[in-house]
Structures are given as structure tokens and as C-alpha cells.
Write a protein that binds this ligand. Structure first.
Ligand code: ADP
Ligand code: ADP
Length: 218
């Protein structure tokens, strides 16, 4: 599903953020990406999300080389990615329904289909009853579930989550992880960047560890 071959990334006027990184994830695999602050986790996710370009190496996503890709193709490929962030990145002046609908509107999906798919996504994260609420009226755990609904509404093949439980207590974190496990069951590949060693150890999935831009354990 996802393959990194000798990938390096250097930001202008900075040292190497990633050095010669190689790994692959199979379809339906769930893995954690860990390492200290500054180790390169966000950079690795940004390369997959095509928000940054690598300087060397090849990144293959679903049999497409995304490491040297024309700008106009990026939005099309990005539709197959679900992105989840620590700070949720919800639009606070839009309802829960409208937040989740956004990726479908961008993709040009028709009205009826939008209603159907947004409700299906909200049902999966158990937030159907809150569709008319605004994000700030929800708890942190609920806001993250809205973020997850938005990430899955386009039925992505790969979900990338950057510290998804960073602002949540252990019970809520476990609930979010349980949802990821359910997506994995239906063949979605999931890569989760986190510092939370307890969470990682409690689940027993594969762990990719970065240390100063190098992948040191997989
Ligand atoms: P992590 O997510 O593990 O904390 P990052 O990927 O954010 O690590 O950062 C890896 C390294 O790249 C760090 O040394 C960081 O300072 C550097 N870096 C990240 N983003 C930029 C940027 N936009 N410009 C310059 N350096 C950056
Ligand atoms: P820094 O110089 O940034 O403080 P260190 O070299 O002290 O980094 O290492 C920071 C952490 O990373 C330590 O907890 C150490 O155990 C771990 N670490 C260092 N080198 C490796 C490695 N090759 N493989 C796995 N973990 C490592």
C-alpha cells in the first residue's frame, strides 16, 4: 500500500529531517510511528500527504510514485488519504455535519450522496445525534471523532494520524484506537504518529521508530 525507498528530506537552511528511510506498509496494516520531538515524524507524514517533497528516494502509494508528482494531480491522490490531527482542525463556524461534508463538497459529490455518506461516517463514530451542533459545543473526544468522520467520509485507503490522542485522556484515547482497529478490519491501512508509549504498548501493533531522521526499528 505504501512504500518508502531510501527517502531523504532536507529543509532549506536546515539539517536532514529524514535520512535514507526505507519501510513498507501492507494493505490493512496498522502501525505506529514514534520517536522524540524533532525526530522527523511530522515530516514523514507530510511527505505521504504531499505537503512536502522529498529530496531523494521514492515514495509509492497504492502503486503510484508520489515522490515526483505534478501539482495538479495532488488533489486527486489526496482524496484517497484520510488525515487526522492532534488539534482536530475543525471549522468552528460550521456544524458537525458541514465539517464532515467538506471533503465530499470539494470532490464534487452530489447533495443526496453527501447526506448519505456524512450520516454513515457520523454513525461509525457514534455522533449522529450531534450533526447540528457546532464543534465548540462538543467535548475534546467528540471533536476528535468529528475529525475522524471527516477523514473517513471519502473512504480512504490510507489514514494518517498525527498525535490523534495527544489532547485526550487514556479512556478517550483507547476509544479512538478502537475505532482505528475497526477501520483496519475492513482493509484500511493506518499510520499513527504518537509519543504515547503506553498506548503503543497496550495495543501490540508494528512500531516504526525514528531517531534524528533515521528509522532505527521496525
Ligand atoms: P517530529 O514530528 O518528530 O517532531 P519534525 O518532522 O517536525 O519532527 O521535524 C524534524 C526536523 O526537521 C526537526 O529538526 C525540525 O526542526 C526540522 N523541520 C521541520 N519542519 C521544518 C521546516 N518547515 N523548515 C525547517 N526545518 C524544519
Ligand atoms: P539527544 O542527543 O537528542 O538527546 P540521544 O542520543 O540522547 O538524543 O537519544 C535520545 C533517545 O533516543 C534515548 O532515549 C535513546 O535511548 C534513544 N536512542 C538513541 N539512539 C538510538 C538508536 N540507535 N535506536 C533507538 N533508540 C535510540
Amino acid at each position: 500500500m505504501l512504500k518508502f525507498e531510501h527517502v531523504s528530506k532536507r529543509y532549506p537552511d536546515a539539517g536532514e529531517a529524514l535520512s535514507d528511510v526505507c519501510f513498507h506498509l501492507y494493505r490493512g496494516e496498522m502501525a505506529f510511528l514514534t520517536g522524540r520531538s524533532g525526530a522527523g515524524k511530522s515530516t514523514l507524514l507530510k511527505l505521504i500527504a504531499m505537503m512536502e517533497q522529498c529530496n531523494r528516494g521514492v515514495i509509492t502509494l497504492d502503486n503510484q510514485n508520489i515522490s515526483r508528482i505534478s501539482d495538479w494531480r495532488i488533489p486527486y491522490i489526496r482524496r484517497h488519504l484520510g488525515l487526522i490531527f492532534q488539534d482536530y482542525k475543525l471549522l468552528n463556524d460550521r456544524t458537525v455535519f458541514d465539517n464532515v461534508a467538506l471533503p465530499l463538497i470539494v470532490s464534487g459529490v452530489n447533495h443526496q450522496e453527501i447526506s448519505r455518506r456524512v450520516r454513515a461516517a457520523l454513525d461509525k463514530v457514534k455522533l449522529l445525534s450531534k450533526e447540528r451542533k457546532y464543534p465548540l459545543a462538543l467535548s475534546g473526544g467528540e471533536q476528535q471523532r468529528v475529525g475522524i468522520a471527516r477523514a473517513i467520509v471519502n473512504k480512504p485507503k490510507l489514514i494518517l494520524a498525527d498525535e490523534p490522542t495527544g489532547n485526550l485522556d487514556p479512556d478517550l484515547s483507547a476509544e479512538i484506537m478502537y475505532m482505528f482497529e475497526e477501520f483496519k478490519q475492513v482493509g484500511v491501512t493506518i499510520l499513527i504518529a504518537t509519543h504515547d508509549i503506553e498506548l503503543i504498548n497496550s495495543l501490540g501493533h508494528r512500531v516504526l521508530t525514528l531517531h534524528k531522521g533515521h528509522l532505527v526499528a521496525s
